[in-house]
Write a protein that binds this ligand. Structure first.
Ligand SMILES: Cc1ncc(COP(=O)(O)O)c(C=O)c1O
Length: 482
């Protein structure tokens, strides 16, 4: 049977296939081949070499993208030749007005409009740019007034989305954070919100899974149902059944549905080629106030004016064939979700020491929901203060070095390797979110990471951690921005 690292060699080689003509890629391919045959391939040091080869593959893709994009000026001469991307050509006079339509065409196949709906697909420079443009366009679509502002209810936890809503709060937009499932249902049922923004798994300490049945019931029971539904699928990838949800809202559909996510994490095989916010607009086929195409055009206009589209080199980097390939992406997401569920189940056996609780959608009563997935695990520290978080991170780094476990201390999620960090949403709150983001690989680092964190978890409390690692210098934290 092929082990996790040899399998990973095969997968990397397949990802790099389109680069075969590049001389540098030949050396890289030979190194991948050599590692797959090496006697120590299935060891931690084999896995470390995979990290190096993965980073090299990323650089090969980016180098190739630059080789293709760099000859074009940001303001190319008007009589210059267009650049070819697959079946498409891209032409622009000034980079801010570059249309990433080749990527948007892929997005249309990746996330087609459900039956009875039409769709438009728009790519932005990041998930936050997509959300911000949507909110600005929405204000333009509904022309709110101080007497009749747009009331937006958010059941989601992503810190920066919350900051965005606060930044846009004004006479025209009145956002409300709905802090529980009950508050969401009540707000919908009472027609207290015009638009609803949900995260199917909520990005905060609990990683709570959205109760779709309850939301649909409230929606159907409301005297006036919400007009717009925005679903941020960044954490759950392709697992949220938008089509089923819309089928269940038949007869009371919103006038517009937006599915949006950050495409940096779970859509690029862990290579982080370029950040991208991917937004799909769906409107009912019969007589919506504005069609998906009209809304798409408005979003593109806003994107161009604000300069939040992709640059040419980013667009070319995202031309890699696996980006937005539905089958490849689903398989990748499956591996990431599975590995995080494995960690969550292992850690939940060790609560009562330094961890008071482990949160992951695969634990508990909602685990059967298809979107009960997350690309990381949150462990609640029994002593949730910044010193304890700082100490834990320092100890983890020491342990990883001692055991030769390739654990990266860093942000985000959806990599091929494993990561850990503490997010401090607000320094003044003095509370942290300790997050372990297992990657897609199934080599020995996965079990070693789980074992290492589970061992630490078994210490009775933070004092015991301090005594066990007297030389650990606690990490200190800047204010979190992501
Ligand atoms: C749930 C959620 N929404 C939005 C975003 C923002 O995406 P980006 O970082 O691409 O702006 C993120 C980023 O992690 C996220 O997790």
């Amino acid at each position: 049977m092929t082990g996790g690292c040899a399998t990973e060699c095969e997968r990397l080689a397949a990802l790099g296939e389109t680069l075969d003509d590049l001389p540098a890629a030949r050396n890289w391919r030979a190194s991948v081949q050599a590692l797959s045959q090496a006697p120590d391939v299935e060891t931690l040091s084999g896995e470390r070499r995979l990290d190096v080869l993965t980073a090299e593959l990323r650089r090969l893709f980016l180098g190739d993208a630059h080789r293709r994009a760099d000859p074009f000026m940001k303001s190319p001469p008007h009589d210059g030749a267009p650049i070819g991307l697959g079946d498409h050509t891209v032409d622009f006079t000034y980079e801010r007005n570059l249309s990433p339509h080749p990527l948007e065409a892929r997005l249309a196949s990746y996330r087609p409009a459900p039956d009875g709906w039409t769709g438009a697909h728009v790519a932005f420079r990041s998930g936050m740019a997509a959300l911000a443009c949507w909110l600005q366009c929405r204000a333009r679509m509904v022309t709110p007034t101080s007497g009749q502002p747009l009331r937006l209810g958010m059941r989601g936890g992503y810190f920066e989305t919350r900051v965005l809503l606060e930044l846009l709060r004004g006479t025209g937009l009145v956002p409300e954070i709905l802090e529980s499932a009950e508050e969401l249902e009540r707000a919908v049922l009472d027609s207290a919100v015009d638009d609803v923004l949900v995260e199917p798994v909520i990005y905060d300490w609990e990683l709570e899974t959205l109760d779709l049945a309850a939301l649909v019931a409230a929606w159907r029971g409301a005297r006036v149902a919400p007009r717009a539904l925005v679903i941020d699928t960044t954490l759950v990838g392709r697992s949220f059944p938008v089509d089923q949800m819309l089928a269940r809202l038949r007869g009371r559909p919103p006038e517009v549905v937006v599915v949006v996510h950050s495409g940096l994490k779970l859509d690029q095989q862990g290579l982080e080629l370029a950040n991208v916010g991917l937004l799909s607009v769906y409107t009912p086929r019969d007589a919506p106030p504005a069609s998906a195409d009209e809304i798409g055009d408005l979003l593109r206009k806003m994107r161009t004016i604000l300069g939040v589209s992709l640059s040419l080199d980013e667009l070319v980097a995202l031309d890699a064939p696996f980006v937005l390939d539905p089958a490849a992406t689903e398989a990748y997401q499956h591996d990431v979700f599975r590995n995080n569920a494995l960690l969550a189940h292992a850690l939940t056996q060790c609560v009562g020491g330094i961890f008071a609780k482990v949160a992951h959608p695969s634990l508990g009563g909602d685990a059967a929901r298809p979107w009960a997935r997350a690309p990381f695990v949150i462990a609640h520290l029994a002593e949730d203060d910044l010193r304890a978080h700082g100490l834990l991170l320092a100890v983890l780094a020491l342990e990883a070095a001692d055991r030769d476990v390739p654990l990266v201390m860093g942000s985000s999620f959806g990599f091929r390797h494993n990561r850990a960090e503490t997010i401090i949403p607000r320094l003044t709150q003095g509370r942290g979110l300790f997050k372990i983001a297992m990657g897609a690989r199934s080599g020995p680092a996965r079990a070693a990471t789980i074992r290492m964190i589970a061992n630490l978890a078994q210490l009775s409390d933070v004092d015991a951690l301090r005594r066990a690692y007297p030389h650990a210098v606690p990490v200190t934290f800047p204010e979190a921005t992501a």
